[in-house]
Write a protein that binds this ligand. Structure first.
Ligand code: C2E
Ligand code: CA
Ligand code: CA
Length: 740
């Protein structure tokens, strides 16, 4: 049992852990999915920012270029290059734009600037390119005038389809930077880079970095490393492809690059995860928090359930193991421990079953509360009796089971006899006038490894024997008991067979009017007539028939036979006297026997008053309410009811008032007992009580003249006994009736 419990705990913990792991796993996978999704989103967003920046920068560059192209076209359209007019025109244009200066250069490289400088540009690449007809944007250059970083836009001037000059605008890198920073999004640093990775301009204002000595790769290396991705980027840029990489440093940095569509330039956008990830961090943070919360709540929930389960189990165990009434072991628990104990000891052991003979009566007469008190009282006896390693438990009502150990059988029996003495005689105040007649079955276990069920069967058999015995307080199990029990089993089968073969016959014992000595009735008593002619008394087979339940059928058979007999007598014109038929207490369980009996009676056309029913007094205590109901129903159908065996065992005068019987049959033992003083008093007052309740009195087992006279004096109505006549076959009774 204990290992089963441990198994259960291990199992439930395993299930719990598995569930927690599965939930946590699922949530982590979910979080991972969210994370991946967010990274994708961040990337996409980076790309969008990148594209927008690229577009804006490209537009801006084109815008600048357009200004120069318009100037060039206008000059072409005018057909001549009038320097003085163009310079003043340029000056006014430049005021509206952010160029550092604007320039017109003549084919030999002589250049005139809007800030009135004159310089030779013949060696400059942008000049040469535009002279060859190209619209050109230079890389980062040092200004001739002041050495500051500039970018130059240059456009050829055509006159008569010949390049006759170049219009230029130089842009300070600083202004470009300002422009870039205004144009581009805050979250993102943008770099315009040439195809070798050299930085042309960045969007970072006040950037003090010396770009001449740094290319974009050097810049990026500040954010983190990802040599594989950076190689990819280098390659992509050479092949004019767009793409993105992620640098892993303190934070992740997303780098998007895109060809600018002019000058082989690239725009490289650098977005720190700091910006992009705030959303992601927030989302991931709440997701993980949620995961933690769910797991926590789940664990709490399971802990609660397990706690509740445990409590419930403990309560169940308590209910199953602890006898609520006495606080001792239940029978179930007793069996569990006893079995275990026996398995692990070589000590000689005895199994004892005990109850007291009249417990039901106590319960009935004094109420359940008193009954419970008596049980606790009995419990104490056992508690004092058992030794440290011994144990006992209560089954139902006053039935106790005990496991005890001993060295010699004599010693064990001495202990048992002591116990019986104590129960009978100890504590006169506490027993409150109750007389306790303990009955014990004892099984001296020959082999502790024997099947426990077998031990229980044996002790119960011994106990049953003790209960049957009129004098023995305890019976020790022996093989004879077993053979008796086996015999009973055989008997049960034989009875059924005898019934089929109609071996049961009916004897009639006359009942006499005490005063007139006339036969005024009879009792039907069953006999078993064996094929060899021997006649068996009911004492031999009725207990077995009661045991198997077959008695119900047997009683019905007797009732039917008696009805047939009465029918025959009445057909013969005989005078009928009422015949009483015995009803076993087993009938209390049969609901429909009443209707069946009434039906048989009317079928045989027997007058109501000609057949009566005897119920045993002991039936009352099995179920008084049920008995009352049955008696009432029988009365309604016109049956007279005789209470049999009054005065044996469970006698309760009070019950006489509760169950409305018509006749009380005083048991033979009652009549025999009148000789002593106390017995006489009881007999006298019982008859008086019956008379005062209008209940007829029949005395049974009257054997002597003395008894007859005494009963006559007491006004007992009817006498049945060997003094007048023994039970006899129907024909004999018929003759007696005629002579009557
Ligand atoms: P019971 O119902 O108390 O029947 C009276 C018993 O006392 C009968 O024993 C009867 O022969 C015996 N008896 C009558 N007068 C005297 C007497 O003066 N001295 C002595 N010593 N005995 C006397 P019997 O016929 O052996 O029946 C024994 C018991 O078997 C009955 O006791 C009854 O309880 C049961 N029984 C008999 N027939 C039936 C039956 O058809 N159905 C049921 N359920 N039980 C039956
Ligand atoms: Ca009877
Ligand atoms: Ca009787």
């Amino acid at each position: 049992m204990r290992s089963a419990k441990r198994e259960r705990i291990v199992l439930s913990t395993a299930v719990l852990m598995a569930a927690a792991i599965i939930i946590a796993g699922a949530l982590i996978i979910y979080a991972g999915m969210i994370n991946r999704h967010l990274i994708e989103e961040v990337n996409e967003r980076g790309e969008q920012i990148s594209e927008r920046n690229e577009f804006l920068i490209e537009e801006e560059m084109k815008e600048q270029m357009n200004i120069l192209m318009e100037i060039s076209e206008r000059i072409t359209a005018s057909g001549t290059l009038d320097m003085e007019r163009e310079m003043s025109e340029l000056k006014s244009i430049n005021e509206r734009h952010a160029f550092k200066r604007m320039v017109i250069a003549l084919p030999d490289g002589t250049a005139y600037t809007t800030d009135d400088l004159e310089m030779d540009l013949s060696k400059r690449e942008f000049f040469q390119r535009s002279m060859q007809g190209e619209n050109f944007i230079s890389g980062r250059l040092a200004d001739y005038a002041d050495g500051k970083d500039i970018i130059v836009f240059s456009v050829p001037i055509y006159l008569n389809d010949q390049v006759e000059g170049v219009v230029l605008a130089s842009y300070s890198v600083q202004t470009m930077q300002k422009m870039l920073s205004v144009l581009t999004s805050e979250e993102c640093d943008s770099y315009v880079v040439d195809d070798e990775g050299g930085i042309v301009v960045s969007s970072i204002i006040n950037d003090t970095t010396d770009y001449d000595s740094q290319d974009i790769h050097a810049v990026l290396s500040r954010f983190g490393e990802n040599s594989r991705d950076e190689k990819k980027m280098q390659k992509d840029i050479q092949q004019k492809k767009a793409g993105s990489i992620i640098l892993e440093g303190k934070e992740e940095t997303y780098v998007h690059y895109l060809s600018l569509g002019m000058n082989d330039w690239y725009i490289v956008n650098v977005i720190s995860s700091e910006h992009l990830n705030s959303d992601r961090d927030y989302l991931m943070g709440t997701t993980y928090l949620l995961v933690a919360a769910v797991v926590f709540v789940f664990i709490l929930f399971i802990a609660y359930i397990m706690g509740a389960e445990k409590k419930k189990r403990q309560k169940m165990e308590q209910l199953m193991n602890v006898d609520e009434l006495t606080g001792g072991n239940t029978y179930l628990h007793f069996c569990d421990i006893a079995e275990e104990k026996l398995k692990h000891t070589d000590k000689k052991a005895a199994l004892i079953s005990m109850d007291i003979q009249n417990f039901k009566l106590i319960n009935e007469m004094y109420g359940n509360q008193e009954g419970d008190r008596v049980l606790r009282y009995l419990y104490q006896f056992w508690e004092n009796w058992v030794r440290e390693d011994e144990l006992f438990g209560r089954r139902i009502a006053d039935r106790f089971f005990v496991l005890a150990f001993y060295d010699t059988p004599e010693e064990m029996l001495k202990r048992i006899e002591d116990f019986i003495e104590h129960v009978k005689n100890d504590n006169p105040q506490e027993r409150k006038g109750h007389v306790f007649r303990p009955k014990l079955g004892v099984y001296l276990i020959p082999d502790n490894q024997e099947d426990f069920l077998h031990m229980q069967t044996n002790v119960i058999m011994a106990h049953a024997e003790a209960k049957k015995s009129s004098h023995a307080a305890y019976i020790i199990y022996n093989d004879q008991i077993k053979s008796i029990n086996l015999r009973n089993k055989e008997l049960e089968d034989e009875i059924e067979q005898a019934y089929e073969k109609r071996e049961f016959i009916i004897y009639y014992q006359p009942k006499y009017d005490t005063k007139t000595k006339q036969i005024i009735g009879a009792e039907a008593l069953i006999r078993w007539k064996k094929p060899d002619g021997t006649i068996l008394t009911p004492y031999v087979f009725i207990p077995a028939a009661e045991q198997s339940g077959f008695i119900v059928k047997l009683d019905e058979y007797v009732f039917e036979m008696v009805c047939s007999q009465l029918r025959e007598w009445s057909r013969k014109g005989k005078k009928l006297v009422p015949v009483s038929v015995n009803l076993s207490r087993e009938h209390l369980r049969e609901e429909d026997f009443i209707e069946k009996y009434a039906q048989i009676r009317s079928q045989k056309q027997i007058p109501e008053e000609s057949i009566e029913l005897e119920i045993t007094e002991s039936a009352i205590f099995q179920n008084p309410e049920k008995l009352l109901e049955i008696v009432n129903r029988l009365h309604n159908l016109g049956f007279r009811i005789l209470m049999d065996d009054f005065g044996t065992g469970y006698s309760s005068l009070m019950m006489l008032g509760k169950v409305p019987v018509d006749v009380m049959k005083l048991d033979k033992s009652f009549i025999d007992g009148y000789e002593d003083d106390k017995g006489e008093k009881i007999l006298v007052s019982t008859i008086r009580l019956a008379q005062s309740l209008d209940i007829g009195v029949t005395a049974e087992g009257v054997e002597t003249e003395e008894q007859y006279k005494f009963l006559k004096e007491l006004n007992c109505d009817v006498i049945q006994g060997y003094y007048f006549a023994k039970p006899m076959p129907a024909e004999e009774f018929e003759k007696m009736l005629e002579e009557n």
